[in-house]
Design a binder for this molecule. Structure first.
Ligand code: SAH
Length: 353
């Protein structure tokens, strides 16, 4: 398999640059991670070495399209990988911080009916370098606009726990070498229990989000097929062990879908499931996708659902949707840039703010 710029571990780089003194290797590593700039810009590194790094370690991501929404505060990139596969990354800017939403797989095998990535199916796992480079690119873009990238969420295309090893190596690299602390990183899973168990044992205190959407097996089996493999009681047990061992807060994601999971009964089921785990609930009104005809819950009902949860003793937040007009919102990533109502700017490096 082809090795891209961020696929190498520090010791792999040492091997590749075996003839170079240690401090030169450090300069290259810093150029890649601390600065995240192109080798050509490393003025402290000799030209020949810069050229060598450029040639032997090509970037993994080639920009295919950029779309901008929310007056420039949401940017979505479509990248082409070396084998022609495509993935998407979304940068969300807020007044005081910037969050990048990265993909962990090209496509997804989990087949959740309401998610555009699931509707399109699975292509392949991403390498560590392909994940890390999404963060580096987003950081550069934020920096160009005077902003610091503060958070990474693994909520783009794919199921991170179906690609655990490479994803975890990316987490370690983002924490240690890029310097975004583990507490600013969030892994989101549909409920792949072995991954939750591994995270329970893991050394870095990253955040965990579980995409729940339904709290009874009969209905969840339909919407989230992996529930047949890891049913709700098994999932709850893994979550319980996680919270017990790590003392970290768990969150549940709940995409509100009209009449599918937004009734009073659903609120009660969710509250009963979340309460013993002291989980926080994030409510996301369903974003439209081509393969799922059902509507999102109307705003009035969203508010009521949130109030019901609060009355039942559950902390719930309604998430503001970003980038729906450019198909950049939760569940809309599918790597086909159909013409959208948003602005599609092909390979334009900077958005007007
Ligand atoms: N596979 C992981 C990572 C993807 S995160 C996971 O399932 O957690 C993407 C989030 O968006 C998940 O919570 C997913 O359930 C949610 N989602 C998917 N489709 C959506 C849609 N159409 N509207 C709103 N949220 C959606």
């Amino acid at each position: 398999m082809r090795r891209s710029r961020y696929d190498l571990r520090r010791e792999d780089l040492a091997e590749l640059l075996a003839g170079e003194p240690r401090y030169r290797q450090d300069q290259v590593w810093e150029g890649l991670y601390a600065h995240g700039t192109d080798p050509q810009d490393w003025s402290n590194v000799p030209k020949a070495l810069r050229a060598r790094v450029s040639e032997e370690l090509p970037p993994a991501l080639e920009l295919a399209a950029e779309s901008v929404s929310d007056a420039g505060d949401t940017v979505k990139w479509l990248w082409t990988l070396h084998d022609g596969r495509q993935i998407e990354t979304v940068l969300m800017r807020y007044p005081d911080r910037a969050t990048v939403c990265v993909s962990s797989q090209a496509g997804c095998a989990m087949a959740c009916s309401f998610c555009a990535t699931g509707q399109a199916g699975f292509d392949r796992h991403l390498t560590t370098g392909e994940v890390v480079e999404q963060v580096v690119r987003a950081r550069s873009r934020a920096a160009a606009d005077g902003q610091r990238l503060s958070n990474v969420v693994f909520m783009g295309m794919g199921e991170p726990f179906a690609n655990f090893d490479r994803t975890w190596e990316a987490v370690e690299r983002i924490h240690r070498d890029i310097g975004l602390g583990a507490r600013h990183l969030t892994l989101s899973t549909v409920g792949v229990v072995p991954g939750i168990k591994r995270l329970t044992e893991a050394s870095l205190p990253v955040n965990l989000a579980v995409s729940l959407h339904l709290a009874n097996d009969a209905e969840r089996n339909e919407l989230v097929p992996i529930n047949k493999r890891y049913p709700l009681d098994v999932l709850a047990a893994a979550c319980h062990d996680y919270v017990d061992a790590t003392h970290r807060r768990l969150s549940f994601e709940w995409a509100l879908i009209a009449d599918v999971n937004d009734t009073d009964r659903h609120a009660r089921e969710l509250a009963d499931y979340a309460r013993p785990l002291r989980a926080h609930v994030n409510l996301i009104p369903l974003n439209p996708t081509p393969g799922y005809p059902v509507r999102g819950t109307p705003p009035e009902r969203v508010r009521r659902f949130a109030e019901q949860l609060q009355d039942l003793g559950i902390n719930a937040t309604v998430r503001r949707t970003r980038g729906t007009d450019i198909d950049a919102a939760c569940g809309q990533l599918r790597a086909t840039h159909a013409p959208s109502t948003g602005v599609d700017l092909v390979a334009k490096p900077r958005a007007a703010r």
